[in-house]
Design a protein around this ligand. Structure first.
Ligand SMILES: Cc1ncc(COP(=O)(O)O)c(C=O)c1O
Length: 359
């Protein structure tokens, strides 16, 4: 059945072990494997667990529910919504938080369920996504959190690069270390987890520049796609081709490169521009923007080129290819593409175990 995404389990295992070992060697005591990009696919999750990941981290409660049998502690990455606190306490062992109001609701939910819910308090060091602003009066907030009966503050963390594209540095991560020291000194507590970010923190770790107090990372892209995300460099010892998208040609015809007739807007309300390069062999594949945005994938055969897509059709310039109807075209993808493809119910997920080359 097509379209399908092939997941090479051996390569995923290799990548996970490689990242786990690198982290262990550099003082990372707990490593959260971020499975949201594969919608917490159970087989992928089990590979991560068997390869040494200590916690499974997700951004959606719906996905945490599907892995409720998971053998490792589960972490909710996205700040909880007020209306989901009961589920958060039930399905997540740990959640990342930045709002006292929500933490108070979590406390109530935990009390009702006779549980103690663990939280990691997030700090915004400049990327402008979630977190208490690093200059704000966080000690007053911590004081209130420490007085909640069913909440345990197990650590602090930060998230960089995802929104503001801010790169983790010794300077900004030392701000987190500073916050840790302030909290521990003022309240005479120990924060067990100092979570220094995601795959964009790996270059610092590779260069042995991660502050020694950082003892946790939350890693997705480096494991699944073999890249760090500060500079988007390949991690040489990891595979970048764990995933392959395979799609089928449903039309192959010679046509002009410029649409003919009066032009309005396309299926997505856009006014596209086309380059007139004369006649070309155009292939239509049975996959579209409903499954993946064309900018997020690229053909492995570099003789062919994506021209565009509508919701169910992907159109290629196959002039230089040697294809026929029914042939399969394979693609690689970026993080956004993987996220979309693994979430689409129209894309079959297939697990394979071959094609290893030395890394
Ligand atoms: C809070 C948080 N931590 C970690 C990650 C993992 O990021 P990456 O895939 O770049 O390792 C994400 C990504 O979604 C996230 O939202």
């Amino acid at each position: 059945m097509y379209p399908k995404i092939e997941i090479n389990i051996d390569k995923l295992k290799h990548n996970t072990r490689t990242i786990v070992n690198l982290c262990k060697q550099n003082g990372i005591m707990t490593l959260f494997g971020v499975t949201k990009v594969v919608a917490s696919d159970i087989k992928c999750m089990n590979v991560l667990i068997d390869s040494g990941i200590t916690h499974i981290a997700e951004s959606r409660i719906m996905n945490l529910k599907t892995i409720s049998h998971c053998k490792r502690p589960k972490v909710l990455l996205r700040l909880p919504m007020a209306n989901e606190v009961d589920d958060v306490v039930q399905y997540a062992d740990i959640s990342l938080n930045s709002e006292l109001d929500t933490i108070t609701l979590l406390n109530k939910a935990a009390k009702k369920q006779k549980k103690v819910h663990q939280i990691i308090l997030m700090f915004d060091l400049g990327d402008l996504r979630e977190g208490i602003w690093y200059e704000d009066d966080y000690l007053t907030i911590i004081d209130k959190i420490l007085n909640l009966s069913h909440i345990r503050l197990i650590g602090i963390g930060t998230n960089l690069t995802c929104y503001g594209a801010i790169i983790p540095t010794q300077e900004n991560l030392n701000m987190l270390v500073d916050i840790k020291n302030q909290i521990e000194k003022r309240f005479n507590v120990t924060l067990n987890i100092i979570s220094g970010g995601n795959s964009s923190s790996l270059p610092l770790l590779f260069n042995h520049q991660l502050p020694k107090e950082i003892n946790n990372l939350r890693i997705g892209e480096a494991i699944f796609l073999g890249r760090e995300t500060a500079y988007e460099e390949e991690i040489k010892t990891c595979y970048q081709d764990v995933f392959t998208l395979k799609t089928q040609i449903i039309e192959l015809k010679e046509k002009p490169s410029m649409p003919i007739g009066e032009r309005g807007v396309d299926a997505f309300g856009q006014k596209p521009n086309y380059e007139d390069v004369g006649l070309m062999t155009r292939a239509i594949l049975a996959i579209g923007k409903q499954d993946v945005y064309p900018g997020n994938i690229w053909p492995i055969d570099n003789n062919i080129k994506i021209l565009g897509a509508s919701s169910d059709h992907l159109i290629l310039d196959a002039t230089k290819g040697n294809y026929k109807i029914g042939d399969i075209i394979s693609f690689r993808m970026n993080y956004g593409g993987l996220l979309q493809l693994m979430t689409s119910k129209y894309v079959k997920k297939i697990y394979v175990n071959k094609d290893m080359v030395n890394k």
